[in-house]
Ligand binder design. Structure first.
Ligand code: GLY
Length: 325
C-alpha cells in the first residue's frame, strides 16, 4: 500500500478511527482474566487477528494462531507489501522476509529474501521447529522450503507486475535510496491469556529494493521479539532505519524493567528522535504487549500513523496509535 493511498484511506476512516480510538484506553488496559489477545499492525491485521483467534479457539497452539493469522495477509493479493502480490525488488523478483518467536523457549525462526514461496512465516516456523538454525536466506531458504513440501509459484500478480513495469519505464525513476516506498509489514504479538507470548512478522520489504536487501522484519530483536517474562513487540516502517535501533528487543527489555507497553513504545521512538532529529520525519511505528495482555502502539509522526488491530474478548477493534511528533 503506498503512503499516498494510505493518506486517502486514512481520511476516509478518520471518523471511524477517532471513535475507535476513544475506546483504546480500556482496550489497551487488559485485565486479569485468562483470555487470548491478538495485536497486529495495520487494517489488514484485523483479518489476521480474527483467523488467529479462530485457530486458537479450535485447539491450535499460540504459534499456530500467529502463523495462520499472518498467512491470511500473505495470501491476500490485494496487500502489496506482504507475501503473494507484494511489490518486487528492482529486478522484478518478489523477495519475502519473515520471522516468528516463541517466548517460552526464547527460540525464533526467520527467513530472508525468500523467492517464489508465498508463506515465509510458515517457512520461518519450520526453521525454528525442524532445524538447529535460526535464520536462513536466499537460495538456501528456497531449497529448504521445497524440501519442507512448499511449492514454487509466481508471486507477481498482474497488479504488482504492472506497478513494477511502470516504475521501470519511468525515466529517471526514483530508486530505493531516494524515496522509501511500501512499508506495511504485518507484525503480530499474541498472548494465550496465561502469560505465554508469541510474536511474528512478514513483509515483501521495500518496493524496488536492491536484490538481497534485508531489513528489520526477519531479524530477531528488530522486527519481532517475544519473551514470556517480559512481553513481545513488533515494528513496521523504514526497516533500514529501524534495524539500527533493534526496536523490538529494546521495547521488550523496557517492559521487563517495569515500563507499560505504551511507555516502552513511546520511549523507543523518543530515543530514535533524540539520537537523530531527522528520525522525527521517518516512517517508524511499533506495537507491544506484556504478559498480562496490556498493549501499546506508537507512531513517530502523523504522516505515518499506525492503525492497529486488537482482538480481545471476542471483539475485533481497529485503533489509532499514539503519535509522538
Ligand atoms: N519494515 C519492513 C522493511 O523495511 O522491509
Amino acid at each position: 500500500m503506498e503512503i499516498v493511498s494510505r493518506r486517502d484511506f486514512m481520511k476516509s476512516v478518520a471518523v471511524a478511527g477517532a471513535v475507535a480510538a476513544s475506546s483504546s484506553a480500556s482496550d489497551a488496559s487488559g485485565d486479569a482474566r485468562l483470555q487470548p489477545v491478538f495485536l497486529s499492525t495495520w487494517p489488514f491485521g484485523q483479518a489476521a487477528n480474527e483467523q488467529a483467534a479462530k485457530v486458537f479457539h479450535s485447539g491450535g497452539s499460540l504459534l499456530d494462531a500467529v502463523e495462520k493469522g499472518i498467512n491470511v495477509v500473505e495470501d491476500d493479493p490485494k496487500v502489496m507489501s506482504v507475501g503473494y502480490g507484494g511489490l518486487p525488488n528492482e529486478d522484478g523478483v518478489v523477495e519475502l522476509d519473515a520471522g516468528i518467536m516463541d517466548g517460552t523457549r526464547h527460540r525464533a525462526g526467520s527467513i530472508c529474501n525468500l523467492h517464489h514461496i508465498k508463506n515465509p512465516i510458515s517457512v520461518a516456523r519450520l526453521v525454528m521447529e525442524k532445524t538447529r538454525h535460526t535464520t536462513m536466506a536466499g537460495e538456501g531458504a528456497f531449497l529448504f522450503a521445497l524440501k519442507m513440501g512448499f511449492h514454487a509459484e509466481q508471486l507477481l500478480t498482474p497488479a504488482s507486475l504492472e506497478r513494477w513495469l511502470k516504475w521501470k519505464a519511468t525515466p529517471n525513476h526514483l530508486t530505493y535510496w531516494i524515496t522509501p516506498e511500501n512499508h506495511d509489514t504485518i507484525g503480530m504479538v499474541a498472548t494465550d491469556g496465561n502469560g505465554h507470548i508469541v510474536a511474528g512478522c512478514s513483509t515483501s520489504g521495500l518496493a524496488w529494493k536492491i536484490p538481497g536487501r534485508v531489513a528489520d522484519s526477519p531479524l530477531v530483536g528488530c522486527g519481532f521479539y517475544a519473551d514470556d517474562q517480559a512481553g513481545g513487540a513488533s515494528a513496521t516502517g523504514d526497516g533500514d532505519l529501524m534495524t539500527n535501533y533493534c526496536t523490538s528487543i529494546s521495547i521488550v527489555r523496557m517492559m521487563e524493567r517495569g515500563a507499560s507497553p505504551q511507555e516502552a513504545c513511546n520511549e523507543l521512538l523518543q530515543h530514535m528522535a533524540q539520537t537523530d532529529s531527522r528520525n522525527k520525519e521517518s516512517q517508524s511505528a511499533v506495537i507491544a504487549m506484556n504478559p498480562r495482555g496490556e498493549v501499546g502502539a506508537a507512531s513517530m509522526n502523523a504522516q505515518f500513523r499506525l492503525q492497529y488491530a486488537l482482538w480481545r474478548n471476542g471483539q475485533s477493534h481497529l485503533l489509532l496509535s499514539e503519535v509522538l511528533y
